[in-house]
Design a protein around this ligand. Structure first.
Ligand code: NDP
Ligand code: HSE
Length: 436
């Protein structure tokens, strides 16, 4: 029976989860592969942690080189793009296969690392990097290989989905919900990556490349997190039949490719709108298949470790003498097909919009607002007025429009803001119907 030797670098939430999955599912994995996968070396800054979790001090690596020399497959589970980048490069240069859960590393350096891996006759697998335990990389790269992908929209960050759900369903404050997400092991080492949408942007960068066959281009992705989102808008949206989710969107149209992350109103009748807690969901539109939805745990120790171990199993199935013959290309397209691509600027997109403006009530306010839309030949789908302060006659006006050019909407917002009776800034939140 073949034994595949595993080295784990980084023994935190995900690394320790991998150790658990490999041990507890040993028989299952053996039955499926005919091979045993044994952790032979673990590197972490905290050696005591390794000993207390594994009960085996012999697993503690003296150094990276020590771990590398003992392992058939190396797992990078540290995170970040500095030391992790150096380790991953060294593993590839040693022509050994590597598995990582590190979306920042893939989104920023994947292009270089994929090429390096090819040159060194090895592979880098990264299923856990997008949507935690959901096998979305496999789904897009292999399961949907027969389809041209038109668009992908997904809740890709467990932490922000947890925060939004807790605020909406249980009345928790933003800070308390974030603290809980950190305690539960969902958040990144720097949680601003979660709440400012950067983590989701790393993930949609990767998905866009696999969906459309374009080179990874994180810097061209528009990113807006949830820190400026107001509970008031979450509640208004609810009242109008929408949930607000932090959505990663990648779309290909005649205008070009748009890739972005932003808070988004989604009609409640869509399944995605009802995905709560740390769960992720990714909706993929194939030109022949139509929509498919992938749902599951997007963060956490064991769910993420499940995806890492699945990559390990894939490699184990094709690895002999440390040389993988893995035949799925890094992007799922022939390397010669992969082109660099600048994504559309945010003001070049077409989307749905929710706008909220506050006014001191006076005659003709609504007529004036609607005239701005009429001038752009835009039809308003919904318009509501909510009385805020009866005495001061201050009102909120909410407008929903299902399809407009962002450029036109921005001009209308400026016009509304220049109205004398307008109070404060106009709030703009994009809206996706997520239908064909
Ligand atoms: P953790 O912070 O829990 O674990 C990282 C571990 O790496 C820590 O034990 C840390 O030690 C150790 N470490 C840091 N620097 C070094 C180093 N130079 N050498 C050896 N070990 C080092 O992170 P996670 O497990 O949560 O995340 C790991 C990766 O998985 C990240 O890329 C993350 O984005 C990704 N990921 C995480 C998910 C999750 O739900 N947590 C889900 C999907 C992906 P110390 O604590 O002492 O600093
Ligand atoms: N911090 C990430 C999240 C971990 O909350 O989704 C999973 O990638």
């Amino acid at each position: 029976m073949t034994k595949i030797k595993i080295g784990i670098i980084g023994f935190g939430t995900v690394g320790s989860g991998v150790f658990k999955v490999l041990n507890e599912n040993k028989q299952e994995i053996l039955a499926k592969t005919g091979k045993t996968f044994e952790v032979v070396s673990v590197l972490d800054l905290d050696k005591e942690k390794i000993e207390s979790i594994t009960n085996n001090p012999e697993l503690i690596a003296d150094s990276f080189d020590d771990l590398l020399s003992k392992s058939d497959i190396v797992l990078e589970l540290i995170g970040g793009t500095t030391i992790a980048y150096e380790f991953v490069k060294k593993v590839i240069q040693a022509s050994k296969p590597i598995v990582t859960a590190n979306k920042a590393l893939i989104a920023l350096h994947g292009k270089e690392l994929f090429t390096l891996a090819e040159l060194n006759n090895t592979v880098i697998l990264y299923e856990a990097a997008v949507a935690g335990g959901i096998p979305i990389i496999k789904a897009v790269r292999e399961g949907l290989a027969s389809n041209k992908i038109e668009w992908v929209a997904g809740i890709l960050n467990g932490t922000t989905n947890y925060i939004l759900s807790e605020m909406k369903n249980n009345g928790l404050s933003f800070d308390t919900a974030l603290k809980q997400a950190q305690e539960l092991g969902y958040a990144e080492a720097d949680p601003t990556f979660d709440i400012e949408g950067i983590d989701a942007a790393h993930k949609i960068t990767i998905i866009a490349s696999l969906a459309f066959g374009v080179a990874l281009n994180f810097n061209s992705v528009y990113t807006e997190g949830i820190t400026k989102l107001q509970l008031k808008d979450v509640n208004y949206a609810e009242g109008l039949g929408y949930s607000i989710k932090l959505l990663g969107v990648a779309k290909k149209s005649n205008d070009g490719i748009e890739v972005r992350v932003n808070p988004t109103l989604i009609p409640k009748e869509r399944l995605v709108a009802n995905v709560d807690g740390p769960m992720n969901a990714v909706l993929v539109m194939g030109n022949m298949l139509g929509p498919t939805l992938y749902y599951g745990a997007g963060a956490g120790s064991e769910p993420t470790a499940s995806a890492v171990v699945t990559d390990v199993i894939d490699l184990g199935r094709v690895t002999t003498d440390s040389k993988p013959s893995y035949n799925v290309p890094a992007y799922g397209f022939q390397n010669s097909e992969i082109k660099d691509c600048e994504f559309l600027k945010i003001n070049q997109i077409t989307s749905g919009y929710y706008l909220r403006a506050s006014f001191v009530d006076s005659a003709g306010v609504l007529a004036k607002i609607t005239s701005f839309f009429a001038a752009k030949n835009l039809s308003i789908d919904e318009m509501h007025q909510k009385v805020l302060k009866k005495n001061e006659k201050e009102n909120d006006v909410i407008i929903v429009i299902n399809k407009a050019k962002e450029l036109d909407i921005d001009i209308i917002i400026e016009e509304i803001q220049s109205m004398e009776s307008n109070v404060g800034n106009v709030i703009k939140i994009r809206l996706e119907n997520l239908s064909k």
